[in-house]
Design a protein around this ligand. Structure first.
Ligand code: PGA
Length: 224
């Protein structure tokens, strides 16, 4: 089973989200090969900005392997924390949450302590954290079972890591056997196939190329 995770970051308006969903769902409806990928081989996780989570959730059919995720979660449980979106709020809405993305670590100064709190709270509310790490220096928190290797120099730059580079990096991480290893960083529809074909890599996390429903669909269509 391969994960294919779309991270829209801080992009899209309500209108654009609705358009994306119409195009993507129509592509799936008319493509039996991709339907069989979704049934048998892939877990697709769409991570829109918070306000659009219910909209995406309402459109994707229940009981399929297409899920909604969040791009982050609060380090706090319920309480007087103005502006926060907690795991408790998200439970029932999302099945997955990205935690520790390099943009959060760098732009919002998230520490390992913060990230660990987020991982633990997500788990407590039965949301699966997708823990992003930039390299072996970032901590792998034990409760996370999906580890996204996202080298900083590959994120949003167009310079993805080659398959060999990703496999070499994986060796340094010393993951526990229960952990799924996925790659993210300038993934696109032209390079994704060899990563899907490799049994060491359990999926891909896609930023820019997920903003376009056709490109994202083309990536999905290559899951093996
Ligand atoms: P990118 O983003 O595919 O645009 O490099 C990946 C990510 O930041 O998750």
């Amino acid at each position: 089973m391969k994960y294919l995770i779309a991270n829209w970051k801080a992009h899209k308006t309500l209108h654009e989200v609705n358009q994306w969903l119409v195009v993507f769902m129509e592509k799936i409806r008319t493509d039996s090969h991709v339907q069989s990928i979704i049934e048998e081989k892939a877990r697709v996780v769409i991570c829109p900005p918070f306000p659009f989570i219910p909209i995406v959730k309402n459109v994707i059919p229940q009981g399929t392997s297409i899920f909604v995720g969040s791009q982050d979660v609060s380090m706090f449980d319920e309480g007087s924390n103005t502006g926060e979106t907690t795991a408790k709020m998200l439970s029932g809405l999302v099945r997955f949450t990205i935690v520790g993305h390099s943009e959060r670590r760098i732009l919002f100064h998230e520490s390992e302590t913060t990230i660990e709190k987020k991982v633990n709270l997500a788990k407590q509310y039965e949301i699966e954290p997708v823990l992003c790490i930039r390299d072996e220096k970032d901590l792998i928190h034990n409760k996370a079972s999906i580890i996204a290797y996202e080298p900083h120099e590959a994120v949003g730059t167009g310079h993805f890591k080659t398959l060999n580079e990703v496999l070499e990096a994986k060796k340094l991480l010393r993951l526990s056997p229960h952990m799924n290893f996925i790659y993210g960083g300038s993934v696109n529809q032209h390079m994704c196939r060899v990563y899907f074909e490799n049994p060491e890599i359990q999926g891909l996390l896609v930023g820019n190329a997920s903003l376009d429903p056709i490109q994202f669909f083309q990536i999905l269509s290559q899951v093996v």
